[in-house]
Design a protein around this ligand. Sequence first.
Ligand code: SAM
Length: 258
Amino acid sequence: MMSRDASYALLRRRVLDVTGIDIDSYRHQQMERRLRALLDRFKVEDYYTYAKMIERDPEKARELWDFITINVSEFFRNPERWRELREKVVPSLYSGGPLRAWSAGCANGAEPYSLAIVLQEACPGGQYSVLATDIDRKTLERARAGVYEEGDLKNVDWTRMKYFEKMGERYSVSDTVRSRVRFEYHDLLSDEYPSRMDLVVCRNVVIYFTEQAKERVYRGFAAALRPGGVLFLGETETIFNPVSIGLEPVTPFFYRRV
Ligand SMILES: C[S@@+](CC[C@H](N)C(=O)[O-])C[C@H]1O[C@@H](n2cnc3c(N)ncnc32)[C@H](O)[C@@H]1O
């Protein structure tokens, strides 16, 4: 009989093989709750049996994957912050050259397209580019297509509807905006980070990461930013002791690279 630790280690390896994700980088309590729910769902007693199920049928790891890649998003999520970004942050970043922005954990694309709209309005001569990354290839495909339900646009001001085209019941992002966003696969926990970014937006992604993984990711963002560049986080995300990793708080959700 395998010990609980050994069977957990086996499950961790199988999930890593099948999904490329290390479940140890995600918050223990939430992960364990989810794993227990899956054991119940599959009517199996222990991690070992679940690991063996995944070996035989990798699809059995799908729900775990869906949990890790919850893709909920919308345009201009928390509109107040986007106003701050537009009015205070972006003007402070513009230095004459093209502005480089990165939306990390971009889900269905609503975030990087919101970013492109803001930069379209705020960057003289429209000199900017947006890199948008995620680990979920399916959601990246949907993001590239750029077609949304009306509900996704609930925070879009009518003056910004010019960036969308109505297609029956749905809305398609205009070519002007779409052509400025480049979507790529990128795992924040294992891939190399881009560099010389003026702005990094990472919202509602690290919430499930362990404190250790979060610290690694924040250090990675600090290194990805040029001095003076800004990191934009989600409503529930705060960096403790940002100065120790070369960032200084600007307002509660914006941090500037020293
Ligand atoms: C809740 S969505 C956030 C979307 C958007 N940033 C927002 O705030 O509206 C979280 C996204 O993070 C992605 N994600 C989870 N783990 C990741 C990782 N290790 N690297 C990159 N993206 C990850 C998920 O696939 C999902 O699309």
